[in-house]
Each structure stands twice: as structure tokens, then as C-alpha cells.
Design a protein around this ligand. Sequence first.
Ligand SMILES: [Zn+2]
Length: 178
Amino acid sequence: MRNDSCEYEFLLDNLFFANIDGPEVQKGKVNVVLKVKKTSRAFELDFQTDGIVLVPCDRCLDEMELPVSSTDVLFVKFGSNYAEEGDNMVVIPEEEGDINVAWFMYEFIALNIPMKHVHAPGKCNKSMMGKLNKHLKTTSDDEDTTFESSVEEQIEEVEEEQAVDPRWNELKKILDNN
Ligand SMILES: [Zn+2]
């Protein structure tokens, strides 16, 4: 009996993401286990993806860690021209006989990233928030206030923290004088 399945393991690191040069993820450390099974009509590729990626926070633009974990299936079959059929079927020309799985691994990770991702409350880069706030004050006529309101939200959070412990206000006065 021929062994019709095999398993590969990849560690996608910063170099991988730099080489792929995709828009969503530039850095990360992600482990991918790829199981390839040959069926009568196609190859079945099962990807198990686990790790973390570093993406810019929507609010302060600093890097933040996002865990990624997903299971994806891709079917590959031979045909005359390269084609994608449906969500997870790829046709590759028979004479080429190979498939660039790197881009698929990248896409599975990119699809896993939520539309909105921000640091936990209070974890944003405060100096960046301050700079943004100054800039936004000079452009308050701007119709697009989405980002502005999220900055205000963040500043409220900071003020609440200060109100909890009055000693923090004293400390801040000292810091401001320097
Ligand atoms: Zn942030």
C-alpha cells in the first residue's frame, strides 16, 4: 500500500511575513501543521494554524499582539489552467505540478484578524494618543469624527484612572514640571 498522506510543519516568523509582504500582517510567530491527503479526485490540504501576529492598534497605531488560531481546508486538483473554484478549491496546471502554499498560509492568518483590534483599556501608547489629540484639535472641522471619538474615549479612560488615586495627580504635577 502506498502512503497517501503526509504531514509538514512550518514556523512562520518575521522573515516569512516580510517576504510575503502582505498588507495585513508584517510580523508574527505562527506555527502551521499541514496535512496532505490524496483522494481520488483531489489533494486535501488541512492547515492547523496557531500563534501570534503583531499588527498596529487601531487606536494608537503601536504594535499589538493578536493570537491566531484556525483550521482551514484547501482542495487542490490538476487542470489545464490555474483557477480558484469556490472558497477552497484550487486548480493548478498539471505541468507545473506544485502549489505555493505560503500565500495560502498567509491568507488564512489574514482572514483570522478581526476588523477592529485595539489594546486593552489603558494599554495604548499614551504619548501617541497625546500627539494625535493635539493634531485632531487643529482639524476639528473634519467631518470624519470616528477616530476623534475613539481618542476622546481613551482620554476619558486615563482621567478615570487618575480620579481613582489622587496621588497620581500629585505625581503628574511633578512630572509636568520637568
Ligand atoms: Zn493601542
